[in-house]
Write a protein that binds this ligand. Sequence first.
Ligand code: DHB
Ligand code: FE
Length: 311
Amino acid sequence: MNVKVFRTKEVQDLLKAAVNIDDLSGNPRLKEILNRLLGDLFKAIDDLDITPDEVWVGVNYLNKLGQDGEAALLAAGLGLEKYLDIRMDAEDREIGIDGCTPRTIEGPLYVAGAPLRDGVSKIDINADTDAGPLVIHGTVTGPSGEPVAGAVVECWHANSKGFYSHFDPTGAQSEFNLRGAARTGADGKYEFRTLMPVGYGCPPHGATQQLLNELARHGNRPAHVHFFVTSAHHRKLTTQFNIEGDPLIWDDFAYATREELIPQVVEKTGGAALGLKAETYKDIEFNFVLTPLVQGKDNQLVHRLRASAAA
Ligand code: DHB
Ligand code: FE
């Protein structure tokens, strides 16, 4: 088939009817967005001569994506979440915000409600024989370098199998294992005592990996640790760091790696005195530089559906 029907009155009327564009009731913003997206899809079907069989493959894929609960995972894997970061970075540059700790994607595996402790937070609850001890610490400062008191640093990461508690298919982890929060004191300092993570891989039989296979792409991330940093007088920071030396650092399927987010890993001794499981441990210093509110507001706060559990 090499027909072109997109510009016909019949199709344009169909598009308008589908989103009920001429009716002022309903959700006008949704109508605007859906009108554009559906129109782009119709046009792509015309331009690329997408066959009915191909359309139904796509429709059925969406069903599997939903059944597997992987829409947010796919969003990261296709670069959509990174694209939103690129746009927020550009907006920051336009209003002169720079010199802060760079943002990077949140990913779909945060769980709200993890225990909050003052200063130091030990977050490894379950034993993990394949993971060595890791201390993560640093200072939260504002844009001029002043320590921020009362900031809450939330941290979450995978275990030695690359699995996150709450989402672990083996059921091996308790609810908030390797998740927790630390509140800074007057010195702005926070610390997590935990275990070294291993990189995450998409569920091998899930919809995301199925699509990635067709693209000849892997679905793996380098070892990394996620953070939210919140403070009453600053914008919320969503970021991660990668574990130096991981071979996938510059080959992350979710595109989260940034030059400034690869801190040095230092080997130290004295772990027993810190309550760690071995005398020798890995130490990462990672400082957070927050950005000011914009006209009294966090102009880039992201609302999305997040898992939550009771501590
Ligand atoms: C994704 C992000 C993660 O941090 C992770 O551990 C797994 C998946 C993601 O963006 O899809
Ligand atoms: Fe992650």
